[in-house]
Unconditional design. Structure first.
Lengths: 286, 343
């Protein structure tokens, strides 16, 4: 597992990528998405929030590749600009729950006892809610803002990371090399940070890639129902919500393109996650 | 006989062990309510313009001047009596509103679950029967794409295709045409009520209206169900008892359905429980897309006008349904695999 990062690990990764076109494509897609998120707003042909009412609701053409919306805004430009916000929400949320989950989970796994029991109960309660409903209620409670979408998405992801890190640390804490580290005079903090966490992190990173897609869907769902992101901010979920009014009169481009963007992004992260899992642990291949 | 009582004992024990989680859910929804922005006393008084004394009186009436644990006690007592507060939006008790709207949501979710199972189990079985064949790859592709399309997008695209392009589906708003006559509400499930009233034309109208939203939700969950069916069918097809059944010369149908599939159902049942939870969440989105008058759209409407009692009631209801469903899954598990009851 700790192969990754060393030169033989790199060679192994390249070997897997070469044999696995799907994962390579997904990785390329993820890089492309990141580039769009960083540079996209500088490259778009139109101002994403400038309305041009005489040109409202035009179907895709050479001038407007993805058509225009009800205010005459260029859908393609809005799609590109929205990438940054959508990815930022998902990546921040998943990173926050990754870090907090890893710390709490490994603490539970290492210390055990009452702390483990208490946090286990808390996780049980979180898992007793349908998670999207829980996220919705939390955004309502904390206030209808983008930061709170991030917090809510992070919290509903948390149980998975806590459980994962706890289980992984728990099975390792009494293994020979951990005992050896303790015998050499390493303190508990050092054992967890230097010996246990590094062994758990790669597997958790895979989980993170798989979770990213889910987080994007959740965040888009929340803004679709009118939570968090406010118009006229370009965001995929809200673009679908605005286009929904025009679908029964046949304006398909307003929903299809942001929908396609969401789908491709999620697909990309899911395939990447599957591929990473194959690289790290060939036994888990399905 | 012994299995039935064992199943019951198991269900009872599981119910007892889910009580702490249920209590946690209650405390959690209470705390959520407490951190909600705004002062409920100001809301419940005649509005922000109400005088200071008036607000103080309302605050006392609502019990908001007491300590937090005291308020929690009152809240638990109220919920125990089925009192979930009053909605400012409808002016009715939340419990009554939820009861009126729950059948619409359940009808939609259960229909979707049935459609998903009917589609997913055969797909998974077919894929497992011929691994790496065209159908296996087709199912895998469908599953990979299925989990990536947001429910609200697939719902809108279905409306575009079936309502706008093909004209097959009725106007995608609500459970039934507003001018159509509604059968006497006996169960609240429109499909059942129409049947009880003997109104088959109405039944067909309601069924057509239900089709698209149910299909939307089903599409979202076919992927995990088909995937797990395939995986667990592969395991059970490769096992010794299937080989024995083959060597005895049983028919292919008997081997696949009676022997392999029955043994492969356990993981499918487990996943179906998890899938149900995601469906309860997806309900919010689907009800919004199709203006379905269920509990989720009720909570959503309330949320957007800062009417919090319905939201709290809704979250509590969803969590309770989820706990009950998990219990049911456990009982089904015991029936599908009698060995599970022994442990």
């Amino acid at each position: 597992m700790s192969l990754i990062g060393t030169s033989s690990g790199l060679r192994h990764t390249m070997w897997v990528l070469r044999g696995n076109l799907v994962t390579a494509t997904a990785a390329a897609g993820a890089i492309l998405l990141a580039l769009i998120a960083i540079f996209g707003p500088m490259l778009v042909p139109y101002d994403p929030v400038a309305s041009d009412v005489p040109r409202a609701l035009q179907p895709p053409s050479a001038l407007h590749w993805a058509g225009t919306d009800q205010l005459g805004r260029d859908v393609f430009s809005r799609l590109i600009v929205a990438t940054r916000l959508d990815l930022a929400i998902a990546v921040t949320a998943v990173s926050v729950s990754f870090v907090i989950g890893a710390v709490i989970g490994s603490l539970c796994g290492y210390v055990g006892g009452k702390l483990d029991h208490a946090i286990g109960r808390f996780v049980d309660v979180l898992m007793a809610f349908p998670l999207f409903v829980l996220a919705m209620a939390m955004v309502a409670a904390l206030g209808n803002r983008v930061e709170n979408i991030v917090i809510a998405t992070a919290i509903i992801n948390l149980p998975f990371y806590i459980r994962f890190a706890r289980a992984e640390v728990n099975i390792r804490r009494n293994l020979g090399w951990v005992e050896a580290a303790r015998a050499c005079g390493d303190g508990h903090v050092s054992v967890v940070l230097r010996f246990l966490l590094p062994n758990v992190l790669p597997a958790m990173a895979v989980q993170m890639s798989l979770n990213l897609g889910w987080a994007i869907l959740n965040a888009a769902g929340l803004s679709f129902i009118g939570l968090g992101v406010k118009p006229p901010t370009p965001e995929w979920g809200i673009m679908v919500a605005e286009g929904a009014r025009f679908i029964s009169t046949g304006r398909w481009w307003l929903v299809s393109f942001p929908g396609l963007a969401l789908m491709l992004t999620v697909l990309c992260f899911n395939l990447l996650g599957d591929g990473l899992r194959d690289i790290l642990d060939p036994r888990m291949r399905t | 006989m012994g299995t039935i009582s064992a199943t019951l004992i198991r269900a009872g024990r599981r119910f007892l062990s889910s009580l702490p989680a249920l209590f946690g859910v209650l405390v959690f929804t209470f705390l959520l309510m407490r951190v909600l922005p705004g002062d409920p006393a100001v809301f419940f008084a005649s509005g922000p313009s109400a005088g200071k004394e008036e607000i103080e009186i309302v605050r006392k009436q609502l019990g908001l001047d007491r300590s937090l644990p005291e308020q929690l006690g009152i809240y638990l007592y109220d919920v125990g009596r089925g009192n979930l507060g009053r909605s400012m939006m409808t002016g009715q008790p939340v419990a009554r509103d939820l009861r009126q709207r729950l059948p619409a949501s359940l009808e939609l979710t259960l229909t979707a679950l049935v459609i998903a199972l009917i589609a997913a189990v055969p797909l998974g079985v077919l894929a497992a029967l011929r691994p790496n064949s065209l159908i296996d790859h087709g199912v895998r592709l469908f599953c990979s794409l299925g989990v990536c399309v947001p429910t609200f997008v697939s719902g809108l695209l279905l409306i575009y295709v079936f309502y706008y392009l093909l004209g097959l589906a009725p106007d995608p708003t609500g459970r039934i045409d507003i001018f159509a006559s509604v059968p006497p509400a006996r169960t609240g499930f429109l499909m059942v009520d129409f049947l009880l009233a003997g109104d088959f034309e109405g039944w067909w109208a309601a069924a057509r209206q239900l089709m698209l939203p149910a299909l939307t939700m089903a599409l979202f969950v076919i992927a995990p169900l088909a995937r797990i069916t395939r995986a667990s069918m592969l395991v059970s097809l490769g096992s010794d008892f299937v080989r024995t059944a083959r060597s005895i010369g049983l028919s292919r149908w008997q081997i696949v359905v009676t022997y392999a599939l029955r043994n492969a159902m356990l993981p499918v049942i487990t996943i179906a429980g998890i899938v149900f939870s995601t469906m309860l969440g997806a309900n919010v989105l689907v009800e919004k897309v199709f203006s379905w008058p269920g509990v989720a759209s009720y909570a959503l409407d309330a949320l957007l006008v800062s009417d919090y009692a319905p939201v709290q009631g809704f979250v509590l209801l969803m969590a309770s349904i989820f706990v009950v469903v998990n219990l049911l899954v456990d009982v089904l598990y015991g029936i599908a695999d009698p060995r599970a009851t022994v442990a």
